[in-house]
Design a protein around this ligand. Sequence first.
Ligand code: AP5
Length: 215
Amino acid sequence: MQLVFLGAPGVGKGTQAECVAAELGITKISTGDLLRAGVAGKTRLGLEAKHYMDRGDLVPDNVVIGLVDEKIGSLECQNGFILDGFPRTVPQADSLSDILRKRQLVLDRVIYFVMPREAVIKRLTGRRSCPQCSAVYHIDYRPSKRDGLCAVCGAALVQRNDDKKETVELRLAVYEEQTSPLIAYYRKHHVLAELDGMGSVDDVQARLLALLPTS
Ligand code: AP5
């Protein structure tokens, strides 16, 4: 199965992609995680991406398209995948069509996460992340049981640079301008399904699974 999770920053795409990928036995491809790994490893690509990410802008299309193409072609994606945070622009969506076509794959569903803006801001500004293993927490909704430390690997949790209030506003503006046109784009292709992102992680997951095609 090939899926895209679409929606504003903070709506819970990454959290759901993690659970649903495990449930379906497919691979989660998060362009945000791939880029952050490049930043942490100080690769050429990571250093180029860092400036854009820290200020809440999108990384140039050619950088992320290359990353996704390579990942989709890898062995770990042969049973299917969930794209979390890609595509984010119309040129990225066009490139994804080409990438899928050349591998004779189809896009089964685009899940569009819907949530009120205020709730999204609360989720983003309260998020804490593990810089080592990328596990995600929230100070109110998903606190770590190990007080400020990652429950998985023990590293000290941090707030992402782009989760500070000022940058969050900019990311939401960038989403409205550059990514939200993809809602109409995929509606036109008859693959879009709307998902209410409010409620517990389990409730959202149950609603999401009900939107997937049955094979
Ligand atoms: P990226 O990492 O993709 O960030 P994003 O899309 O802005 O998405 P987020 O990770 O912020 O949110 P999410 O929807 O995954 O929410 P989450 O599940 O974590 O991208 C970062 C940057 O990289 C971009 O700004 C850009 O610079 C660059 N980039 C990435 N992809 C790119 C692309 N394709 N093109 C160009 N540039 C790109 O949840 C948020 C919080 O809420 C967490 O604390 C979580 O614990 C909590 N939570 C989740 N679900 C629930 C629930 N049901 N109830 C209560 N709390 C919940």
